[in-house]
Design a protein around this ligand. Structure first.
Ligand code: FAD
Length: 392
């Protein structure tokens, strides 16, 4: 059997390679960057994402480095009062899987090691996918160095700026949200004891928020500060000037600013997403992860959805045997409404977090009226393990 070809070695591409190899498909994965790596920042993984890590056989490896915070608390970035709290330990009891946070590099390297140990997976870096041609029997991929590679299918897991998407859907550039994320990591040992809580904390304010949580076995603190801005720097992972951040956060609580002041280096991201659309699968080619359904990070589920895509896609290829186009169409059909819902809800959550004035008061009153069980149940649509025909 010709291999399944994958463009992109992020969390989605590596997850797909592993899921496909476990389903008996040989895989060739091409990554454009000179090495496989993830950005130096944290990532939240809901119970649904852990269910997929379990299916991929790497749950224990990820859990070894991850932190399971005791509590999620939402606080007002201006007034300081607590708006909501959700005990996170109970998530594992309700959903059968934990809510945990980890370093992206730890998750990515666990995935990479599992892929490297699979004889059916060939991984290559420094190999950008440029174009592809599809025929009745397969797909021919052309790489930047001119080599042509033949496969039975192509999975475009090439991220927000996906080239594969431009051929398959052709809907132009992503939607620029007008929001900027500043990210930083601080060694926990450098923080005073009162800042070393095992909590996931979200400080919400008008047109801004800050999230912080411990990661890497509690050795590091991850910080993500987001604010609305007209200033748009194209790209990803820019070394950031802290002055705009300070301007936007100057009215926030002293304890919040004290935490920001501990950061030496920030990196910034212009946050983008897309409208949910159909049409990711065309014949023997499909899209996965951010290439298919880029979303704002307010839920935060981009990587979780990419892992679900990976497992679902492998299940459909196994279920439909050699009928590749049918399997890819079934995969899209099973994923499009769920991922579209997350894309849509992520935008809405951003508005809730960044509310001002009467809207913020309404939010606070609404959240104060919910008990912990109510808050947990409100997320059942997302955190329960998704099921589809052909899952194991
Ligand atoms: P990517 O990670 O973008 O990987 C794409 C890969 O393809 C890259 O390695 C790239 O180099 C490669 N590539 C690109 N073009 C080519 C080509 N032509 N040929 C070959 N290779 C190519 N998600 C969560 O689940 N939890 C969170 O807490 C969370 N927090 C977030 C916070 C922020 C501030 C942001 C911006 C996002 C967050 N996300 C979170 C979303 C999550 O990071 C993404 O959804 C996820 O990483 C997407 O993975 P991917 O593999 O689809 O794409």
């Amino acid at each position: 059997m010709d291999p399944v070809l994958i463009a992109g070695g992020g969390i989605g591409g590596l997850g797909a390679a592993l899921a496909l190899a476990r389903a008996g498909c040989p895989v060739r994965l091409f990554e454009r960057a000179p090495e496989f790596r993830e950005v130096g920042a944290g990532i939240q993984l809901g119970p649904n994402a852990f269910a997929m890590l379990d299916r991929l056989g790497i749950r224990a490896g990820v859990e070894a480095d991850a932190v399971q915070p005791d509590m999620f608390t939402m606080r007002c970035a201006i007034g300081g009062h607590e708006i909501a709290r959700v005990p996170l330990a109970a998530m594992a009891v309700r959903y059968g899987n934990p809510y945990a946070v980890t370093h992206r590099a730890d998750l990515h390297s666990t995935l990479l090691a599992a892929c490297a140990a699979e004889p059916g997976i060939a991984l290559q870096t420094n190999r950008a996918v440029v174009v592809f041609l599809e025929d009745a029997e397969g797909v021919t991929l052309r790489l930047e160095d001119g080599e042509a590679v033949r496969g039975t299918a192509l999975i475009g897991a090439d991220g927000l700026w996906s080239r594969t998407r431009q051929v398959v859907i052709g809907d132009g550039r992503p939607v620029v949200s007008g929001q900027i994320a500043y990210r930083a990591v601080v060694p926990m040992a450098e923080l005073p004891p009162e800042m070393r809580e095992r909590r996931l904390v979200l400080w919400a304010g008008p047109q801004l928020h800050l999230v912080h949580y411990p990661m890497r076995r509690g050795e590091l603190m991850n910080l993500v500060a987001v604010f609305h801005s007209d200033h748009y720097v194209e790209g990803w992972d820019q070394a950031a000037d802290p002055r705009p951040l300070w301007r936007h956060f100057e009215r926030t609580r002293p304890e919040l600013r004290e935490l920001l002041a501990r950061v030496e280096t920030w990196r910034s991201w212009a946050l983008c997403d897309r409208e949910p659309v159909r049409g990711w699968s065309r014949g023997r080619v499909t899209l996965l992860g951010d290439a298919a359904h880029p979303m704002l990070q307010y839920l935060p589920q981009g990587a979780g959805m990419a892992l679900e895509d990976a497992v679902c896609l492998a299940d459909q290829l196994r279920r439909h045997g050699g009928e590749v186009a049918r399997a890819l169409a079934a995969y899209e059909e099973l994923r499009v409404l769920r991922t579209g819902r997350v894309q849509t809800m992520a935008r809405l959550y951003g508005e809730v977090f960044h509310a001002a004035g009467v809207r913020a008061e309404l939010r606070d009153a609404w959240l104060a009226g919910r008990d912990a069980a109510g808050a947990r149940e409100a997320m059942a649509w997302l955190y329960e393990t998704p099921r589809w025909p052909g899952d194991a």
